[in-house]
Structures are given as C-alpha cells and as structure tokens.
Design a protein around this ligand. Structure first.
Ligand code: ATP
Length: 645
C-alpha cells in the first residue's frame, strides 16, 4: 500500500499528523490510567484522558465469499489504524492512533485481559468505571460487549467468544472470592430507545397500570429524575441482587432477549437502541480502628446503537422518528464530546437522555473507556472514517476520577432499614387495600399530567441551570470586576506614592542641579586656568623642543665624533698591533742578532782570553825571566778592564 503522508486529509480534524500528535498527549495520561490499578498522582487535578480502544472485526463469511476489498489495516504494536481511500484516482492513507488497537484476528480474551481487566480492578478499588462500545451497525459492538452466540460455558469455563460483560462479571467474582471478601452486588439493565428508558429487568407483567406504549406493551417507559446533587437516577429501575456469575449471565440473557431491534436495509439484527448494564458492588472493609466500612464500586457497560446515519441505514416512514431519536442521542453524545474537547463553557448533557445518563462518564469522576468498532470492508469506509474521527476526538476528553467515598456500615444498614420500611408499607398497603385507589382513566390522566409536570420541571430545571450558569457567570464577572477595581485601587495608591516619591526626587534633583551649576562654574574657572597653564606649558614645550633639537644635533655630532674617534682608535689599535708584531719580529731578530753577537763576542772573548792567556803566560814567562833580572812592570789598562770584568 502506498503511503502518502503529505497528501492533505479530506478531514481537517484527522490528518495523519494531528492524529499522531493527539495520540501522544492521550498516551501520557490515558494509557497510564488504563494500564494499571494505581492512579497516578495529580490525576485529581489534571484529569485522566478517556481511554479509546479500536477494534476491527474480520470480514464476514459473505463478505469473504464476495471478495469484498479490505481498506483497513491495523498495526497493533504501533497502536495505529490506517484507512485507504481512493479520491480522484489517488490513493490516500489516513492513519489514526489509539490507546490500543485490536485487529481482525484479535481474540476476546486478549482484548479483555489487555484493556478491560485493569478497569475491573479499579471498580473493585472503589471507582466508578464505564466501558462503552461505539460503532456502525454490524461492526461487533454486541459481539465485543456480550460475545458470540455461545454464552453457555462448558465445565464452568467461559466460552472463547465470551465478551467484555461476562468476562468482567467472572473476574469480579473470582477476585472477591479469592479475597474472601464480604460483599453484596446488584445489577441493573436498561435500554434507551426513542429517548425512552425501558427497564430490561422489570417483570413482564406490570405491577401498576401504565401508559400504553404502542411499540411494545411488555415494557414500561420509566423516567429519568434529577437527584438534586447534579446527577440523575432512573425512577423505579429494578435492581437485582446477585450472588453468582451464573445469575448475572441469566439476567443478561433475559435482558438481551428483550432488547429492541429493528429491521433496516443494512442488517436484519441491527440494534437501534442503546443499552446500559450496570453492576454495583458493596465491599466490606475493616479500618485500622476495626471499624466496618463499605467500599462502593460501579461498572457501567454500555452498548450503543449503530452510529450510521439515517439515510444510509434506510430508516424510513415509521422508523424515521426512531432513527431521529437515536441520532439525537448519538448526535448529542458527539456534541458533548466536542464541547468537552474544545473546553467550551456549555456542555449540552441535558439535550439527550443518553448524555444525561452518561454525564459522569464524560468529563466527570468516572473512569471511562470507549471501544470503537469498525468493519474492514470498503463498503463501510465512509462510516468507518466517521467512527475513527469520532473516537479519535473522544481521546481528548479528560475525566477526573475519584474513588467513591466509603460509607460506614452502620449508615448503610440504616439506609437499608428505611428502604425495608418503605417497601413494607407498600406491601402492607397493597395487601390491606388501604392504599389510594383511583379509576384507571383518572390514573392515566394523572400519569399524563405527571409526565407533563415532570417535563415541565425538567424544562424549568434546564432554565434554572441556565440561570444558575448565568448567575455564576455574572458572579464571576462581578468578582472579576471587584478584583479589577481592587487591583486598580492598589495601582492608584501605588501611583500616588510613586508621584510623591517622584516629587521628592525632583526636588532633590533641582538642588543637585543648582549645586552642579556652581560646581560647573568653578570647574569652568579651573579649566580656563588650566588652559592658560597649558598654553604656557606648550610654549615651554616648544622651547624645550628647540633645545632638545639642538642637544640632539650636538649629541649626533658627539656621536659622529665618537665614531670617528672609534675609527681612529681602531686604526691605532691595528697600528699598535702591527707595530707590536713588527716589534716582536724585530726584537726576535734583535735577540737573535744579540745572542749571535753575544756568542760571537763570547767566542771572540774566548779567543781573546785564550790569546790573553797565551800572551799572559808568555809575558809571565818573560816577567819571571825579567824579574829575575829587573823589577816587575805596571799592567796595561786593557788588562785591568778584562781582569775586573
Ligand atoms: N471481532 C469479531 N470476530 C468475529 N466475529 C465478529 C467480530 N465482531 C463482530 N463479529 C460478528 O459480526 C456480526 C455483527 O456483530 P454485532 O452484532 O456484534 O454488531 P453490532 O455492532 O453490535 O451491531 P448492532 O449495532 O446491530 O448491534 C456478528 O455475527 C458477530 O458475530
């Protein structure tokens, strides 16, 4: 199947995107509430989304034989349902996400265990819970709620096709028996048809003469009354006390058999009435102080009439009013859902009996689960899409579930005693014939008058409620105005204070201004002095600069002199160096010359000495010879010099 996420959805409310977005928000709360027994903290303030489950039935045998095209695909893991539409030769997939999705092959057991079982636990915790099935005729509402044809269980076990109601009943009894709880249970079963309520548990023979009902003489229409606490109750509704699951199954069989069905072109078994089966459980509990308390839980199981529109269902003539009235209830249900989702001030609960009866389940203190049923067939696509849109919107309703207040056992017993007294009196009056007896015509007339009165009272009630609402709105407006004027008064006071502060601040500022002015004058004087000093400083600076320039010229002259001197010194140094090396060389040469000459001298001297020696010795010899002959002569000067040296 081709997916065209970008293709605009024909319905602005359920584009693929919005569908997914809404799911996430719903998931956060709704999913949590249905998934377990514990109620998350903060539920009371924020509320819990109505849990919406989608179930698609399989194709029927006839549909399979006729090769009916399937246009619905369910993704249970992703909790999504996709409907394929072909518009102007283009295939468009619309995807809707729900809290849980059960495809065509889903089993009754799975649906119950995954989605309904936690709700049953909550009923036993003392909550009021409502489960209702919504969908087109023939999509499996009754199958889901009551089950298939085989209600009878083999060997005490429930049949595999047993629906939500028998499974809930069985679970309630199983839990209570496992807990060895002390409890009492009563059930009611009513049908809403043409905006008239019929008690499906009432005995067939009427106890009192009643207004003739043309369609079915065996059922008596009964009235819906205000209980004075904002709720409603069905006057005279039979409450059957039950002690076992088996008893409930019998009651269900009896009631279901009575359910009014009407033939339509679509489905011969088409149910055109709404039914509400309620189980109320009182469970005894002991407080820490060993006080006996009664915990009360209530489970409403609602099977709505087919949601298809009148023209499609083919209802005509005699059935027109019937269809209209059924639609009135369903349309009002839709309007109530819209009003709750859009948070509009007025929620039209009072516009139909169905919404009056379900008031607490839609935006009230009850925990609610809607099972939307659809067919996979292409021929039901229009209704399927409308169911998907409807159910998807309902996901955004927020209820504020509250556990029913526990009652002290003594108070319950007291209530029961007064009920017994009342019944006793009725029985006594009937037996003794000391009640009030009137002719049948008068009774019928009075009943008609009573009915008219009731309607009038109801109308007045509506008016009163509207006025109350108006009053509340006016009061709110008045309160808002008072609040506003108080706020304005406070603001005025604050503004006056601010003004006073501003005045003081202004005065301070003026003082500071005059101070600043004189400071400025002083500063101006100082500045002019400074400017003069600056001027003379500038002149000095010019002079200094000229001197500095001269000095700089001197310095540069000096530097060039030094440079020159350095050069000369360098020259001198090299001259000295050269001179030194020359000198060294010359000295070396001199030294060599001297040493050579010394050696020559020495040799010469030696020669001379030798000569002298030989001379002296020759002379000595002469002298000695002479001495002998004459006196000794004086030594010559050269001889004295060498002898001394
Ligand atoms: N999930 C399912 N599995 C098998 N069969 C189903 C399923 N859902 C419905 N059916 C069968 O489809 C048929 C129509 O179902 P059902 O009577 O429950 O529809 P409905 O929505 O209650 O119709 P109505 O509005 O007329 O009461 C029945 O024969 C039922 O057994």
């Amino acid at each position: 199947m081709e997916k065209r996420g970008g293709t605009p959805s024909p319905s602005p409310r359920s584009t693929e995107k919005s569908g997914k977005d809404l799911t996430r928000s719903g998931d956060a709360n709704g999913g949590a509430s249905a998934g377990g027994n514990a109620t998350p903290k903060g539920d009371k303030e924020k509320g819990v989304n109505v849990q919406v489950i989608l179930r698609c039935r399989p194709l029927s045998e006839d549909e399979t034989k006729g090769n009916t095209p399937v246009v619905i695909s369910c993704n249970e893991r992703r909790r999504e349902v996709a409907a394929t539409q072909v518009i102007a030769n283009k295939q468009i997939d619309r995807t809707f996400a729900f809290d849980k999705v059960f495809g065509p092959s889903s089993k009754q057991k799975d649906l119950f265990e995954q989605s309904i079982s936690p709700i049953v636990h909550e009923v036993l915790e003392g909550y009021n819970c409502t489960i209702f099935a919504y969908g087109q005729t023939g999509t499996g509402k009754t199958y889901t709620m009551e089950g298939g044809g085989t209600r009878k269980a083999k060997s005490g076990e429930l049949p595999t096709d047993a629906g939500v109601i028998p499974r809930s009943v069985r679970q309630i009894f199983d839990i209570l028996e496992a807990q060895c709880a002390e409890y009492s249970m009563k059930v009611t079963f009513l049908e809403l048809y043409n905006e008239e309520i019929t008690d499906l548990l009432a005995p067939d023979e009427p106890r009192f003469p009643v207004l003739p009902v043309p369609e079915d003489k065996n059922k008596k229409p009964i009235a819906l009354m205000e209980d004075g606490k904002g709720g409603v109750f069905v006057r005279g509704l039979e409450e059957e006390v039950v002690y076992s699951a088996g008893e409930i199954y019998k009651i269900l069989d009896k009631g279901s058999a009575k359910r009014r069905t009407a033939e339509t072109l679509l489905n011969k078994q088409s149910s055109r009435s709404h039914s509400i089966f309620s189980i109320t459980i009182h469970i005894k509990e002991l407080t820490h102080e060993s006080e006996e308390m009664i915990k009360i839980g209530k489970l409403n199981l609602v099977d709505l009439a087919g949601s298809e529109n009148i023209s499609r269902s083919g209802a005509r003539d005699g059935r027109a009013r019937e269809a209209g009235e059924i639609n009135k209830s369903l349309l009002t249900l839709g309007r109530v859902i819209n009003a709750l989702v859009e948070h509009s001030g007025h929620v039209p609960y009072r516009d139909s009996k169905l919404t009056r009866l379900l008031r607490d389940s839609l935006g009230g203190k009850t925990k609610t689960c809607i099972i939307a049923t659809i067919s996979p067939s292409v021929y039901c696509l229009e209704e399927t899409l409308s169911t998907l849109d409807y159910a998807h919107r309902a996901k955004n309703i927020r209820n504020k579930p509250e556990v029913n207040q526990k009652m002290m056992k003594s108070a319950v017993i007291k209530d029961l005693y007064s009920e017994i007294d009342r019944l006793k009196q009725e029985v006594f009056a009937a037996r003794e014939k000391n009640g009030i007896y009137i002719p049948r015509e008068r009774y019928l007339q009075e009943e008609a008058e009573k009915k008219a009165m009731t309607e009038k009272i109801e109308k007045l009630g509506v008016d009163l409620e509207a006025r109350d609402k108006q009053l509340v709105e006016l009061k709110e407006l008045y309160d808002a105005q008072m609040l506003l004027s108080a706020e304005l008064g406070e603001k005025l006071e604050k503004t006056q204070k601010d003004l006073e502060d501003t005045r003081h601040a202004l005065h301070d500022l003026e003082e500071k201004y005059s101070e600043a002015k004189s400071t400025i004058k002083e500063k101006e004087f100082v500045i002019s002095n400074l400017q003069n000093s600056e001027k003379s400083l500038v002149d000095c600076a010019y002079n200094l600069r000229a001197e500095l320039e001269n000095a700089a010229a001197d310095v540069s002259g000096l530097f060039s002199k030094i440079e020159r001197k350095d050069k000369i010194e360098d020259g001198n140094r090299s001259l000295v160096q050269r001179f030194r090396s020359q000198l060294t060389q010359e000295l070396d040469a001199l030294h060599k010359t001297v040493s050579t000459s010394v050696m020559q001298q020495e040799d010469h001297l030696k020669e001379m000495e030798d000569d002298m020696q030989s001379f002296v010795s020759s002379k000595d010899e002469g002298c000695t010879r002479a001495k002998g002959e004459h006196t000794k002569p004086e030594s010559p000067a050269w001889f004295r010099y060498y002898s001394a040296g």
